[in-house]
Design a protein around this ligand. Structure first.
Ligand SMILES: Cc1cc2nc3c(=O)[nH]c(=O)nc-3n(C[C@H](O)[C@H](O)[C@H](O)COP(=O)(O)OP(=O)(O)OC[C@H]3O[C@@H](n4cnc5c(N)ncnc54)[C@H](O)[C@@H]3O)c2cc1C
Length: 429
């Protein structure tokens, strides 16, 4: 699998590529997997890294990066080969996304929202129960979405959050879809909707409710609402601490007609996926795995006096700095080990142990990336946290990981503690 990733580069200005976060031989990856992951790493390092500071400073969406992701086939990374995609499974996608996150957190996080629209409807949905008619309907509809992405470079997003307990899985989504002739009428509001104003389709989770009926999580629908539909608007500003390029503004849906072929999953299948394929919610973590590696990479380069644009001052001879680097390396390897195991065993109907490990992996990556970034700043010192260098952005971006529903750091702790101590249905009465 070869492809020119570094647009406009000739052999004389080729940069030395970073080693992969997960060495393909040590982690037993196939050649196909290694090639897809290398494609992500190369475009991340040679193209996205240089653009990341501007998207962050101006809180603007990485539109140019999305054109490049389309150009090198990565918009369709999880789309099956028979539909023109790269055919990557869950593990390959996660490893590729970590490599993108290493160079631009906002691109990796928004790319995750886009890719999940294909991963969840693709390899993940193939593991779920559907009768023959439902499977055929799903096959026809997903082909429409895949074609738009592969041929036109269409971008999908995933606005789920509403500011209440729905995105945490506690109650039905307040955004409602009323069935009408030929589709649905959607009304509601989504907050923190990454890619607002930039996606072509908003992959909205909403509750299908018949006139006068009660909302139920079982009736969750996953609809790709065309961004240019009448009644869709983007409101509010976006000036956050980190992940500024995600442009996660508020989306309003006012009597939006959504046609039947907009369904990304048939009725009842999203509810089934959330119960039977829980690792679907671990897909927010690869970005932060990449940020953890980035904090470590920067520290080594800085202490060795090898950061481009900085005087070649070495700081590696001080024992305190060597100890800090040792602590960082140990922490990074711990995060990598649990995360690699969790993304490798992602499947339908995982065991209780596998689910607890997935929560623990999510917690370890989301909290660990920011701990590494904080240690990197302390160790490298004052000049290293200037805005002319990427470390302070890595620090701010990594702080956002623990906030991502439904598996926030707090909710992971809640679930691990409860599920480790209680079997389903057990009480203390
Ligand atoms: C950079 C960034 C990008 C984002 N992009 C997207 C996106 O594209 N799509 C999207 O859908 N969301 C996105 N989010 C939103 C994110 O997933 C959360 O929904 C959001 O951060 C929650 O904010 P909140 O203040 O409502 O959360 P919180 O108040 O922390 O939580 C929301 C609700 O969840 C429940 N809850 C929280 N913690 C617990 C607990 N310990 N026990 C029981 N219940 C609990 C509560 O009911 C609470 O009201 C993004 C967030 C960030 C920071």
């Amino acid at each position: 699998m070869t492809m020119q990733v570094s647009k406009g580069m000739n052999s004389s200005d080729k940069v030395a590529l970073d080693a992969p976060i997960f060495d393909p031989s040590a982690f037993r990856l196939s050649d196909d997997q290694a090639a897809i992951i290398a494609r992500a790493r190369e475009i991340g390092q040679t193209v996205f890294a240089a653009r990341a500071a501007a998207y962050d400073r101006d809180a603007t969406f990485p539109t140019e990066n999305y054109r490049d992701l389309h150009r090198v086939g990565l918009l369709g990374i999880a789309i099956p080969k028979k539909h023109g995609g790269l055919g990557a499974g869950y593990q390959t996608y996660a490893l590729a996304a970590a490599e993108i996150g290493r160079y631009c957190g906002a691109t990796a996080l928004t790319w995750n929202m886009h890719v999940c629209s294909t991963l969840w409807t693709g390899p993940l949905a193939d593991d779920l129960d559907m009768d023959t008619a439902m499977r055929a309907e799903h096959e026809t509809r997903r082909a429409i979405h895949y074609k738009r992405i592969v041929e036109d470079g269409a971008i999908y997003s995933q606005p789920f959050s509403e500011g209440g307990a729905a995105a945490a899985g506690g109650v039905a989504f307040g955004t409602e879809a009323k069935p009408v002739e030929g589709g649905w009428i959607v009304n509601g509001k989504k907050i923190f909707a990454s890619l607002s104003g930039h996606a072509d389709y908003y992959g909205v989770l909403c509750t299908e409710v018949e006139e006068g009926a009660k909302a139920s999580r079982r009736n969750t629908l996953y609809l790709a609402v065309p961004a240019r539909s009448d009644g869709v608007s983007v409101v509010g500003d976006w000036d956050p601490l980190g992940m500024r390029g995600t442009v996660s503004r508020t989306l309003l849906f006012k009597d939006v007609f959504v046609p039947g072929d907009a369904a990304l999953m048939p009725r009842g299948v999203y509810f089934q996926a959330a119960l039977r394929w829980p690792h679907m919610f671990l897909t927010l973590s690869p970005t932060y795995m990449g940020l953890a590696q980035a904090a470590y990479d920067f520290t080594l380069r800085y202490l060795r006096g090898e950061v481009p644009g900085m005087p070649p001052v070495k700081r590696r001879m001080y024992p305190t700095k060597q100890i800090a680097v040792a602590q960082m390396q140990i922490k990074l390897e711990q995060i990598k080990a649990i995360w690699f195991q969790a993304i490798t065993e992602a499947r339908a109907n995982p065991s209780k142990e596998q689910v607890l490990r997935a929560y623990a992996a999510q917690y370890s990556v989301m909290e660990g990336a920011n701990e590494l970034a904080a240690l990197a700043i302390r160790t490298c010192g004052g000049q290293a946290m200037l805005k002319s260098l990427p470390l302070e952005r890595i620090y701010r971006d990594s702080r956002c990981g623990s906030l991502m529903l439904p598996w926030t750091a707090e909710l992971c702790l809640d679930r691990i503690g409860r599920d480790a101590l209680y079997e389903p249905g057990e009480t203390d009465e």
